[in-house]
Design a binder for this molecule. Structure first.
Ligand SMILES: [Zn+2]
Length: 270
């Protein structure tokens, strides 16, 4: 029951993210009502229900019958799913969750640390989904996203007990890692936006083990997708793949499963 509620909450946030990505790009106010990008007709609330409206309208605008991008329901569904996964992770994983009685669940949920950690995860997932869509569509990482996100995560880190200097120092080191690649590759393959994103990623993972895992996952994912696109002839060697997309996807993955992977790896080593 609680999981269904969280999934619906995620759908609503996902719908908001769709709107946010579009308006950030168009530099429009967040307050106005949504409209169809083809016929500019305002969208009624009943045509704006996450996923349901898309199915009922069969993916077309009610007024001009032009196609609505599949990206809208996809982002809504993915946000809903990720919010559920993050909730389960914060309760100590699926094994703990399924073994919980209602009282255990209440006790766990009533701690401040649980809420702060969950809010931090939800915020990071939302920001990374925006970065991913934005970079995929327009090959750009906007500082309108990175700067406010960095401030919020820095604040949440303080509340969660990370010291301000280690948080900041790690963010600078993380940013320098991308700056170094930017200089070495002479701006090829890596953009200025990735340096700013690097700063944010340092704040998100102020532990070396998780940060490294995120980097490894991102570059592996990038190489794999690059290889698939190349062998299927869809992209040439020279055409660039946006790095931000893979960094954002790896960040969400490591946020959800990094701790488990690192502790299993350490146990395996010992
Ligand atoms: Zn229309």
């Amino acid at each position: 029951m609680s999981l269904l509620f969280i999934f619906i909450f995620g759908l609503i946030i996902g719908s908001f993210l769709n709107c946010l990505v579009w308006r950030l790009y168009k530099e429009e106010s967040l307050l106005g009502r949504s409209y169809c990008p083809h016929c500019r007709q305002l969208i009624n609330w009943y045509d704006n229900v996450p996923i349901l409206s898309f199915i009922l309208l069969r993916g077309r605008c009610r007024h001009c019958r032009k196609k609505i991008s599949w990206q809208y329901p996809a982002l809504e569904f993915i946000t809903g799913l990720l919010f559920v996964l993050a909730f389960i992770k914060n309760l100590g994983g699926w094994a703990t969750f399924s073994g919980f009685g209602p009282l255990d669940l209440m006790l766990q949920i009533n701690s401040n640390h649980f809420y702060l950690s969950l809010i931090r995860d939800y915020f990071i997932i939302a920001v990374m989904l925006i970065v991913l869509i934005y970079d995929l569509r327009w090959y750009l990482i906007s500082n309108l996203i990175i700067v406010p996100a960095a401030l919020v995560i820095f604040g949440l880190n303080l509340f969660l007990g990370f010291s301000w200097y280690s948080s900041l120092l790690f963010a600078i080191i993380s940013s320098s890692f991308f700056l170094l690649q930017f200089i070495i590759t002479k701006r090829r393959g890596i953009g200025e936006g990735d340096i700013w994103l690097g700063f944010l990623l340092g704040l998100i993972f102020p532990q070396l083990s998780l940060w490294w895992l995120m980097i490894v996952v991102a570059y592996l994912l990038g190489s794999l997708v690059g290889l698939i696109l190349m062998t299927s002839g869809r992209k040439k060697w020279s055409s660039k793949l946006p790095l931000g997309v893979f960094l954002a996807a790896a960040t969400i993955f490591v946020l959800l499963y990094g701790q488990v992977i690192v502790s299993r790896y350490l146990a395996w080593l010992a």
